[in-house]
Design a binder for this molecule. Structure first.
Ligand code: ZN
Length: 87
């Protein structure tokens, strides 16, 4: 006996369809979020600069020089993403 046993066949079918749509939306959302996090990690990637590991994006690093004050990597943006390894 579950909470769903009292539902009509039509209601059960609606619930089943809703769950499939919802799960598809959740899966699509998760994949999209994971891709966005990968793009952020790629943008805020580490680079060796004068003996230090700095963030390419935050330091404005290009062609061996930094346009901004060198920002240690992991920068605030990478730290905000948490400690999960990039996949
Ligand atoms: Zn950064």
């Amino acid at each position: 006996m579950t909470a769903w046993d009292d539902l009509s066949a039509g209601a059960l079918q609606m619930l089943e369809n809703f769950d499939e749509l919802t799960l598809a939306e959740i899966a699509a959302g998760a994949a999209s979020s994971a891709a966005a996090i990968q793009r952020i990690r790629a943008l805020h990637r580490p680079v060796e600069h004068r003996g230090r590991t700095i963030c390419v994006e935050c330091s404005g690093w290009a062609a061996g020089s930094a346009d901004n004050p060198p920002a240690e990597h992991p920068c605030a943006t990478i730290r905000a993403l948490g400690n999960q390894e990039a996949s």
